[in-house]
Structures are given as C-alpha cells and as structure tokens.
Design a binder for this molecule. Sequence first.
Ligand code: ACO
Length: 310
Amino acid sequence: MKAGLIGTGHYVPEKVVTNHDLEKIVDTSDEWIRTRTGIEERRIASDDMNTSDMAYEAARDALNEADLKAEELDMILVATVTSDMGFPSVACQLQERLGARQIPAMDISAACSGFIYGIVTAKQFIEAGVHQNILVIGVEKLSKITNWSDRNTAVLFGDGAGAAVVSKVTEGKGILSHELGSDGTGIPYLHQTDEDHIYMNGREVFKFAVRQMGESSLNVVHQAGLTKDDVNYLIPHQANIRIMEAAREKLEIPLEKMSKSVDRYGNTSAASIPIALSEDVKAGRIKEDDVVVLVGFGGGLTWGAVALRW
Ligand code: ACO
C-alpha cells in the first residue's frame, strides 16, 4: 500500500508588497532584489490574520479538493515556525476549528523543509495501516518575525499557507521515495534571535542550499528506481530563483517543468512547496501519472525531498 496526496489547497493574503514598496523602508532596490533572488513581490498578512487563520483556509481548500469531510481525518500535522503562540499548536487550533474528531494533532518544526517532513511523517502512519487520512499543512506568518530594518532578510520573505491530504492511493502511485536530513552545525547561519527576528548569513545558506537541493533531488529519483529522464515536474522550495535553478540543472529539467512562484510570493518557508503544488495542480501543470520531485531546505539546517507519481 502506498501513501499519496489526494487533495491540495492554499491560501495567500490579499495584501501585495512590491520591491518598490520595500525601497521606501530599507536601503535596497527593485533591481537588486530581482537579480539576486527573482522576487518581485510578496504577500503580507494583516494584523488580524494569524498563522492558524491562513492554515484554516488552506485546509478547507485541500479538504474540498480531496472531497473529504473534516470528520474523516485521522491526524493533523502542521509545519510552521511561526505558530500563533508557543503552545498549544496550530494543529490543535485546527482540530477544533475544522470540526475534526479528537484525533492526534501536532506541529512540526523544520523551517522551510517542514512540509516535506510532514508528508513523510504522514506516509509512515498511512503505510503502516494506522491511519487513513492525514491533513498536512505548511504555513507561515514570517512577517511577524521579520526585522523590517534589516535589508539582508526583509526583502526575502512572505506569508501564506499550503495544505495536502495524504491517504492511501493505487499501487504504483503516491510517494515513491524520500530523503530527510538535518545538520545542527548550521544553526549559526540561520536562526531566530533573542529579539525574535530572523538572522541569516545569506552566503553560507546559499552554498549549502545549492549543494543540498541538487543532491537530494537526485537521491530520491535514484531511490525510486528512476532516472532524471523520468522526472516530469520539479517543485523546489521557493527561496531564491538561483538556488532553484541549481536543482533544475542537476535534474536537467526544462524551465517550463519547474514550478515558479518565488516572483509573486517570495520565500514563505514551510508554505512555499505546498502553495506551489496546489497552484500547479489547479492549473493542470501536473498531470495524472507524472513523476514529481519536491525538494526543500531550511533552518536547522534541514532538508527533505520526495519523488512521487501523481
Ligand atoms: N538590497 C541591496 N543590497 C543588499 C541587500 C538588499 N536587500 N541585501 C544585502 N545587500 C548587500 C549586502 O550588504 C552585501 O553588500 P557588501 O558586499 O557591500 O557587504 C551584498 O549586498 C551581499 O552580496 P552577496 O552576499 O554577494 O549577495 P548574494 O548574491 O549572496 O545574495 C542572498 C544574497 C539573496 C541573501 C543570497 O545569499 C541567498 O539567497 N541566500 C540564501 C537565502 C535563503 O534561501 N535563506 C533561506 C532561509 S529560509 C528559513 O529557514 C526561514
């Protein structure tokens, strides 16, 4: 029995903040941001829209697409580093708000790799026969931990949520292989400060990301018994177009076969892969039987990848 994704959903806040808007608050330029990162604009949640509110919207969308009622869920996993409060978890907030039964619910902290950690965790419960339907969400309100006077980080991030329902799928489909990893020696390069802001050493993170995204993508393809020629679509974590390009080149995938929303949403951390996936599914860019690779990296440092047949 294989676990696969039977429904996807996403939500992004309405408010658009362009690079030109940021020029007014930090010493930067649209040209610098575009050429270094590929980002043109990002969405920022209003003060009254918290992480759990965005997660709820994405969850409803995924449940609709999966044609599943909240009462049919067996578990809720939420990947985030920006929960509404230290505890209880966003997952518990959703259990109540969605009207799910009194099922297990917990948050996962793996920064931008969190959604991949979530679907791989869900896969274990499904394939062991313990659970049938698991809701996995990647959500961030990074704007609340962004230091809006630090140009090194303020230009990179955005808010949003993406979700998927993981369930049993027909043999031959679903998650074919996965890789997860962590390296805590990278903590100095990317972490939340005592002031609750994001600190990042961009160059170090960049070097790590370029190497890891390529390696992990190839590893999951080979573990699935496939070659890079079999891959139909690549969804890299939407952090920086140059990092995404490195993964694409490693897999030798044509440009139109790589998901790209970093220009519109910036880096939404754990939400970036499921937002991209949901948009690609809804737009028909991912087709029945396509081999899709999802790959991400983030604070921890962490990384994760899956190869799946749609
Ligand atoms: N506008 C203008 N200049 C800037 C800006 C800005 N917004 N930000 C930095 N600079 C300047 C710096 O001050 C520095 O100037 P200096 O050389 O005089 O000191 C210079 O630009 C930096 O140049 P580089 O380090 O060469 O820039 P680089 O090409 O590495 O791009 C970037 C920087 C975009 C941050 C890149 O390193 C990167 O994308 N790194 C990975 C980031 C990432 O993906 N992080 C994931 C975090 S996700 C999470 O877990 C929450």
